[in-house]
Design a protein around this ligand. Structure first.
Ligand SMILES: [Zn+2]
Length: 201
């Protein structure tokens, strides 16, 4: 088994073959994981949450679901989940301009967009598009009128999701650098972002 450490506020990419099982482990708990997947031999085919939930017809992915590409093709099976079952497919990856707009920050802030770009760059690829991520371990709550409700991450240490590619993939993970809490919202640990682990069988 190979273990990849995704340090707090950083991103890593890795290759997985069709049928190979891997787990994303929330080793210390309460940490949001921005997850991206690309077809290994054609990076323009990426995992699309929008196409996935149009097909599975629910917003919180669960074991038994299959994540689809933007061409509606099966990419990845969701095999198991030991977390509290809250995963988000709606929120965009955090980005530099997001921190500027949300918080008025004018200095650079680590962000999931840059983490994805850098992780793919290390694999030898320059990407132009930041796909919508699957935000594992991040709660999403939507009121009947469509409002997003405040969310607090309560995932316990050691929780994991287990996935199995249906095609050869390059996957990328960002240990989301969003820090602090505001108006009852907190998607990462109160003492700052933590690491994530990937275990590849
Ligand atoms: Zn983020």
């Amino acid at each position: 088994m190979e273990t990849i450490v995704i340090p707090p506020c950083q991103g890593r990419a890795f290759r997985v073959k069709e049928g190979q099982v891997f787990r994303i482990v929330n080793s210390q708990g309460e940490q949001t994981c921005d997850f991206f997947a690309f077809r290994a031999d054609y990076l323009a085919e990426w995992l699309s949450p929008n196409h996935t939930y149009s097909f599975i017809r629910h917003l919180r992915p669960r074991p038994g679901d299959v994540f689809a590409s933007r061409f509606y093709r099966p990419m990845l099976k969701f095999l198991a989940d030991t977390s509290n079952g809250w995963h988000d497919m709606l929120y965009a990856a955090c980005g530099l301009m997001g921190y500027e707009r949300w918080r008025g920050e004018e200095t650079w802030h680590a962000n999931c967009e840059d983490n994805l770009r850098n992780a793919m760059y290390r694999m030898g690829y320059s990407i132009d598009v930041i796909p919508q991520p699957v935000n594992f371990f991040m709660p999403v709550k939507v009121a009947e009128n469509g409002d997003f409700l405040p969310i607090v991450n309560t995932v316990t240490p050691g929780s994991y999701v287990e996935l199995q590619p249906v095609m050869d993939l390059i996957c990328a993970i960002s240990a989301c650098p969003a820090d602090g809490s505001k108006d009852g919202w907190r998607i990462n640990p109160a003492d700052g972002p933590h690491e994530l682990l990937v275990e590849i069988d």
